[in-house]
Design a binder for this molecule. Structure first.
Ligand SMILES: NC(=O)c1ccc[n+]([C@@H]2O[C@H](COP(=O)([O-])OP(=O)(O)OC[C@H]3O[C@@H](n4cnc5c(N)ncnc54)[C@H](OP(=O)(O)O)[C@@H]3O)[C@@H](O)[C@H]2O)c1
Length: 276
């Protein structure tokens, strides 16, 4: 638990998980400071000089890195940020991490080595990648083509991640704890796309392609080279079967089962995001 009168700094506070955490804290009357390039003061992972002003007077930090902990230099940045926070007496740090990712696990070790009162939320793939991430456009076009086959992934809902972050930040007993957060069911990407199609009342095809075909396809969409690298890295490293298991992390933190992908698909389809 931290001093409730001081704001919680939420890095990536307008992103998929940070925005939901900010809403939950604000709804309870708890002060929040958004940490992002568009916030005031601005926080930029690429500009170390922006880190100390963002930490000024805060009681705790939710650390979500951007764009991904798999990116070279991310672990060092998280480690340096955690050290600076501890030096400035902001010791309560919660890290959003990724399951089965070597670099994310290195970031976790650097967080622990900083001397912080840490909690780690090590997450599966977010369901919201299909609605607030890079897959939205292909879903709208009616065809998702990815370099991943029949591997099972326990997609986790960003609402559950934010709820878990809220609980570990506002209730005692979570310092020094690592929670692996997964959804309740292993699904392939083809299964997920089929569920979204059913929920949206549309026919959406899933096609498995090779890494070379995927790279060629994203290059023609004129996406930045770093993005192409990152997506290939994640599809190669994380989706090789290593994460084909469920965990009880959501149950341990929230005392209830995780939200199922079908609930996510139904709710999200109702927002109209997958309708054209
Ligand atoms: N997606 C997944 O399936 C998954 C799974 C496991 C773990 N993760 C981890 O989750 C983290 C991402 O979390 P998320 O999906 O909740 O966030 P997100 O939606 O990717 O983040 C967007 C946020 O980051 C801010 N941002 C962008 N560039 C920034 C910069 N240079 N410096 C500071 N802030 C910046 C944006 O605000 P501005 O534009 O205003 O700066 C916005 O608030 C990554 O570390 C990733 O490794 C993701």
């Amino acid at each position: 638990m931290n001093d409730a009168s001081k704001p919680t700094l939420i890095l990536g506070g307008t992103g998929k998980t940070g925005r939901r955490l900010a809403e939950r804290l604000t709804a309870q009357g708890l002060p929040v400071r958004i940490g992002s390039r568009s916030a005031a003061p601005a926080f930029d992972w690429q500009d170390k000089a922006s880190w100390a002003p963002a930490l000024d007077g805060v009681g705790a930090v939710y650390i979500s890195y951007y764009p991904d902990l798999a990116v070279p230099g991310a672990a060092e940045a998280v480690g340096a940020f955690a050290e600076l926070a501890v030096q400035r007496d902001v010791t309560r740090l919660v890290l959003l991490s990724g399951r089965g990712e070597t670099e994310a696990q290195r970031a976790e070790e650097m967080l622990k080595a900083s001397g912080a009162d840490w909690t780690i939320l090590r997450c599966a793939w977010f369901s919201q990648n299909f609605s607030e991430g890079f897959l939205v456009e292909s879903l709208l076009e009616g065809e998702v083509a990815l370099p991943v086959g029949n591997v099972g992934e326990p997609f986790v809902d960003a609402d559950d991640i934010a709820e878990a972050a809220f609980v570990v930040l506002t209730e005692p007993g979570h310092v020094g704890q690592l929670y692996e957060l997964t959804g309740p069911r292993l699904m392939s990407f083809a299964d997920a796309v089929a569920e979204i199609g059913r929920a949206a009342g549309r026919s959406i095809r899933y096609i498995r392609i090779s890494h070379a075909e995927f790279t060629a396809a994203v290059v023609t969409q004129q996406l930045p080279a770093e993005f192409v690298w990152l997506i290939n890295e994640l599809f190669t490293e994380v989706l090789d079967g290593r994460n084909e298991s469920l965990t009880d992390g959501v149950q341990r933190v929230l005392g209830r089962a995780p939200k199922d992908f079908s609930a996510y698909a139904t709710e999200t389809a109702a927002s109209g995001i997958w309708s054209n």
